[in-house]
Design a protein around this ligand. Structure first.
Ligand code: HEC
Ligand SMILES: [Cu+2]
Length: 333
């Protein structure tokens, strides 16, 4: 009935939840069933005289004192959990989270950044310090049993100790506009060695080095969240931007009436300063990727967009070789 328990305190959260749930079921049935029965048992019948009861002190004390004790007990039980949940242990690793329409951006202690994907080492407490660049968002990781509002101009926090290796789902739980339901991210819990490798190479996998620039770029299109707004098959996403199919090398119409050639310069500018040139018929909603993409990721994206052009072999130049960071040591051997 509940999602898998992915954090150290998930079990405790669930115990409180289930206790409240079954208590509510018990009280509901305990009241509703007798009420229905009495309504039927003492229903009107011609000639029937029902005894007229107005007051019973003992009963009233019982049904006041028992719920009162229950409420006090639940309060202290909840408070105990809440204190653990609210205060992160001092040694917790800190990850900065910036939420914006409609993506998640994460910054690690060493300054490296990712979009739409966050990696954490297993069995170590991690604290997320969160803020928003625009409207209210909400950081919700069901497996970890954390959910907290993110407020523009303010910092809020959650922490947990992930205990289950693998990918967990992060989603926005505060309606934040047209693209709200696309505001998803992956939380990848991995062992210390994989985490260190991830931080050193910015998530570049050993396999990535064997890819052609355009294939690698396609991977970035998904990993960096471009795919939530840009399709590659010519269709248009309602809350998004133009499809990338066939744009490389064409003259793009802008909303100020001018035209611009879609080449490497324009595509790079579109990522870094999206509002500098806005495509006609679209709103300037694309977030800037300044500082969020490594050089080889930008190059890969350009190669990918070029490969979707009308004439992938002609047209203006796109990078054919990526300046990838140093190859990670293959740890699988
Ligand atoms: C929130 C939605 C959104 C996301 C995410 C997004 N874009 Fe955009 N993008 C747009 C919109 C809307 C436009 C058109 C308006 C404009 O030009 O700013 C656009 C325009 C572009 C253009 C110009 C396209 C053309 O036809 O001239 C490029 C290139 C581009 N984006 C690249 C990217 C890349 C690369 C990423 C991922 C790293 C990305 N976008 C992520 C919404 C988005
Ligand atoms: Cu949101």
């Amino acid at each position: 009935m509940l999602p898998p328990q992915g954090s150290a305190y998930a079990g405790e959260v669930d115990t409180v939840y289930m206790a409240l749930f079954w208590l509510s079921v018990f009280l509901f049935l305990g009241i509703a069933v007798p009420a229905i029965y009495f309504a039927w048992r003492y229903r009107y019948k011609p000639g029937r005289v029902t005894p007229h009861q107005t007051h019973n002190t003992l009963l009233e004390i019982i049904w006041s004192v028992i719920p009162l004790l229950l409420c006090i007990g639940i309060f202290f039980w909840g408070l105990d959990g809440w204190m653990k949940y609210a205060v992160a242990p001092g040694e917790a690793m800190e990850i900065q989270v910036v939420a914006k329409k409609w993506l998640w951006q994460f910054e690690y202690p060493d300054g490296s950044r990712t979009v739409g994907e966050v990696h954490v080492p297993v069995n170590k407490p991690v604290r997320f310090v969160m803020t928003s660049e625009d409207v209210l968002h909400d950081f919700f990781v069901p497996d970890m049993r954390v959910k907290h509002d993110i407020i523009p101009g303010r910092y809020t926090q959650v922490w947990f100790t992930p205990t289950v290796l693998g990918t967990h789902h992060v989603t926005c739980a505060e309606y934040c506009g047209k693209g709200h339901s696309d505001m998803q991210a992956k939380l990848v819990v991995e062992n210390e060695a994989d985490y260190q490798k991830f931080v050193e190479t910015g998530g570049t996998e050993w396999e990535d080095y064997k890819m052609k620039p355009a294939e690698w770029g396609k991977l970035q299109w998904e990993r960096k969240g471009c795919s939530t707004c840009h399709t590659i098959d010519g269709t248009r996403i309602a809350s998004g931007g133009p499809s990338w199919k066939g744009i490389w090398g064409k003259m793009e119409k802008l909303n100020n009436g001018q035209e611009v050639l879609v080449n490497a310069d324009y595509v790079r500018e579109s990522m870094m300063q999206p509002s500098a040139k806005v495509v006609a018929g679209f709103e300037p909603i694309m977030p800037t990727f300044q500082g969020l993409l490594r050089e080889h990721e930008i190059q890969g994206l350009m190669a990918f967009i070029k490969s979707l052009g009308n004439d992938p072999n002609g047209g203006p130049p796109a990078p054919t070789v990526l300046s990838l960071p140093p190859k990670p040591v293959d740890q699988k051997k």
